[in-house]
Every structure is written in structure tokens, then in C-alpha cells.
Design a protein around this ligand. Structure first.
Ligand code: FES
Ligand code: FES
Length: 161
């Protein structure tokens, strides 16, 4: 018997969306396939790589481990809310300046995780930065350039929230 669909209302990057979804649909699939927000990448699909990281009500989360229906009423932030090709957001610009990406597959997840880190974590040393980044995997860069970008961002940010 087909599963009963559920009506879901969310805000994504400040835009309200309402859709009818299967109860088992993942948030990553909802963002990519229902809303067309393909900046959220899917790598491992089981919570290990961090490529699918988004922000839910202010804190980073794995969208591959979250059901879309769990996001009912939630404010979702994705990498599309950070900037555009013509107008990069600050974190994107720091990645560009520090050569912190190569293939770019991991990059949206890093950018969203770093958004959370900059809001909530002290990041006073490279050790703290590396610890904070440890939930995201990059197969290309060796991490050094990502750490350099985050160090610069941590130095210039305002008070923690
Ligand atoms: S795709 Fe979600 S953690 Fe890897
Ligand atoms: S830049 Fe290729 S996986 Fe990170």
C-alpha cells in the first residue's frame, strides 16, 4: 500500500516552501529534488562525510540523516543562501582566496559547517579549528588551505552568538 504523503512547510534561506512528501524522504533529497537546491551534495549517505551539511534552526546538521518531515517549521540554511557566482559570500571568498577547494564536492558541506563554527565556537587555535572541521571529509586538499581560510575568518568575525 502506498505511504500516505505528508504536507511539509519549511523556510529555506528565508523563502517559504510548502510541499507534499513521502514520510521516508530524506531532507537532502527534498532540497535537491523537490526544491532544486543541488548545492547540498550527497556523498556517503550515512552521516560520515559531511558533504550534505545544512543548518537547521541555527545549528549544522546532516541532511542525509534527517527526514524531510523532521524539518517541519524549521528555518533551513543551505549553501545557496551564502552567495552566488557573481557575489560570493565571505566564507566562499575566503575559500577562493586561500585555494581551499579543488574538485569542490565537499565544499558546500564545509561552508555550512564553518558557518555554524563561526557563530558558536571560539576557534582560538589551529587545533580547535581542526577539531571543529573534523566532521567533514575532503579527499583533495589535505585540509591545510581550509584551515588557513577558517583562521582568517575566525580572526575577523564579531562576537559569538
Ligand atoms: S552525505 Fe551526509 S554525511 Fe555524507
Ligand atoms: S575539494 Fe575535492 S573533496 Fe574536497
Amino acid at each position: 500500500m502506498p505511504e500516505k504523503k505528508i504536507t511539509l512547510s519549511v523556510s529555506v534561506n528565508g523563502v517559504a516552501h510548502t510541499a507534499t512528501v513521502e514520510p521516508r524522504m530524506l531532507l537532502s533529497d527534498f532540497l535537491r529534488h523537490e526544491l532544486g537546491l543541488t548545492g547540498t551534495h550527497v556523498g556517503c549517505e550515512h552521516g560520515v562525510c559531511g558533504a550534505c551539511t545544512v543548518i537547521l534552526d541555527g545549528r549544522s546538521a546532516r541532511s542525509c540523516l534527517t527526514l524531510a518531515v523532521q524539518a517541519e517549521g524549521v528555518e533551513i540554511e543551505t549553501v545557496e543562501g551564502q552567495g552566488s557566482v557573481d557575489r560570493l559570500g565571505r566564507i566562499q571568498e575566503a575559500f577562493r582566496q586561500h585555494h581551499a577547494l579543488q574538485c569542490g564536492f565537499c565544499t558546500p558541506g564545509f561552508i555550512m559547517a564553518i558557518t555554524d563554527m563561526l557563530r558558536h565556537h571560539p576557534l582560538e587555535s589551529d587545533e580547535q579549528i581542526r577539531e571543529a572541521l573534523s566532521g567533514n571529509i575532503c579527499r583533495c586538499t589535505g585540509y591545510e588551505h581550509i584551515v588557513n581560510a577558517v583562521r582568517e575568518l575566525a580572526r575577523e568575525r564579531g562576537p559569538l552568538t
